[in-house]
Design a protein. Structure first.
Length: 95
């Protein structure tokens, strides 16, 4: 029996789609032109850092449904979080 010789490379799949790459490239061009804005609705001011421009491009690609890995800061969606650690009361009564 002859042993099968394997090449040094392991076959891997793309982490992001081509559409996601185009979205990031577009965000980078807009950053350079000075038209890329941060914040909801673009009211937060100009984006100056490359990392933020890439993050905005990936976020836009996610919204369009392109294949993009999950955000690093996000854990699984099964975890519940309460805002500022306070309990929510369902009814407020005054006496």
């Amino acid at each position: 029996m002859a042993a099968k010789k394997s090449s040094g490379r392991k076959s891997t799949r793309r982490k992001t789609s081509k559409a996601a790459g185009k979205s990031v490239a577009s965000a980078m061009r807009r950053r350079k032109a000075g038209t890329l804005r941060r914040g909801k609705g673009g009211r937060g001011g100009k984006v100056k850092s490359r990392k933020q421009a890439v993050a905005i491009g990936l976020s836009e690609a996610r919204k369009k449904g392109a294949k993009v890995p999950a955000r690093k800061g996000k854990a699984s969606s099964s975890r519940k979080s309460t805002s500022s650690g306070r309990k929510k009361s369902s009814s407020r009564s005054k006496s």
